[in-house]
Design a protein around this ligand. Structure first.
Ligand SMILES: C[S@@+](CC[C@H](N)C(=O)[O-])C[C@H]1O[C@@H](n2cnc3c(N)ncnc32)[C@H](O)[C@@H]1O
Length: 261
């Protein structure tokens, strides 16, 4: 236990990782064990929740696409109220709190109330999916960029993304919350010039017992997601790096870049 990083009446936003409790950081475990109250998302894995000590109050504030059990303003108020009551508050968020996690609203709410707030990072779904698929998110000389994007649009609004920028052939694209829009994402990327045979890996329930990795091509992406149920988190990874397992990647790079060591 660090002596003074989790005083009473303070908040930590803690990254819970993709689900497997072994992918929690040691710091996350320490903070979870020290908390008086834990507010957790629907995507936090059951094995991670098991790390919350029996006497600690736990509150599910599970937000899932289209089925918000508590709106963001309510979550902000709950966290602030718990801290103002003198509790050590952990706000446990799936993956990394800084990636599509609405951390800023919670930080702003805490700061407006004068409550100390800090972030403990976690392993994001893209990192965990690549690890499960024995893939690299970048490929030396081929994939020089990694772009994280969400395909979740506000209710009633179209998906408004810069498709020509996302269709860059030298980038790996990680699409969060992309299952429902997978067909549209593929069509838009191909219209913007990305090759139909670009490799795709759809990663479902990464690091959890029901993990599935579905591989294919961009022009088949709509079909790759067909059998995934609404409740299962899925990430779309698109790019040359997804067609190459680690040993093959080394071969490919050696062939394409004989002088680059
Ligand atoms: C609201 S975003 C939160 C992302 C999270 N902060 C992170 O860093 O992974 C939720 C989306 O993350 C992805 N995701 C999170 N956990 C996942 C998992 N275990 N397997 C596959 N995708 C996951 C899915 O695209 C899901 O719809």
């Amino acid at each position: 236990m660090q002596p003074d990083d989790f005083p009473a009446a303070s908040v930590w936003l803690v990254g819970a990782g993709p689900g497997d409790p072994e992918l929690l950081t040691m710091k996350a475990v320490r903070l979870i064990e020290a908390a008086d109250i834990v507010f957790y998302d629907a995507l936090v894995g059951p094995g991670v929740l098991d790390r919350i000590p029996p006497g600690t109050e736990r509150v599910g504030v599970g937000k899932r696409s289209g089925r918000h059990s508590k709106d963001q303003g309510t979550i902000d108020s709950l966290i602030v109220a718990a801290a103002l009551a003198g509790h050590r508050v952990v706000r446990l968020k799936g993956g990394d709190p800084s990636i599509f996690g609405r951390s800023t609203e919670e930080i702003d709410a805490c700061r407006a109330a004068g409550i100390p707030v800090r972030i403990c990072p976690g392993i994001t779904a893209a990192s965990a999916a690549a690890a499960s698929g024995l893939a690299s998110l970048t490929l030396r000389g081929l994939e020089r960029r990694l772009t994280l994007v969400t395909a979740h649009a506000r209710a009633g609004e179209p998906l408004d993304l810069d498709w020509s920028a996302l269709a860059a052939p030298d980038a790996t694209l990680a699409v969060y919350m992309g299952r429902a829009a997978a067909g549209q994402v593929a069509a838009e990327l191909m219209s913007a010039g990305l090759a139909p045979d670009t490799p795709v890996m759809v990663a479902v329930n990464v690091s959890l017992p029901g993990e599935r990795l579905i591989r294919g091509r961009l022009d088949a992406m709509a079909f790759l997601v067909e059998a995934i149920s609404d409740g299962d988190p899925a990430l779309l990874l698109i790019g040359q790096a997804m067609g190459v397992s680690a040993p093959q990647a080394a071969d490919r790079i050696a062939t394409l870049q004989p002088l680059a060591v």
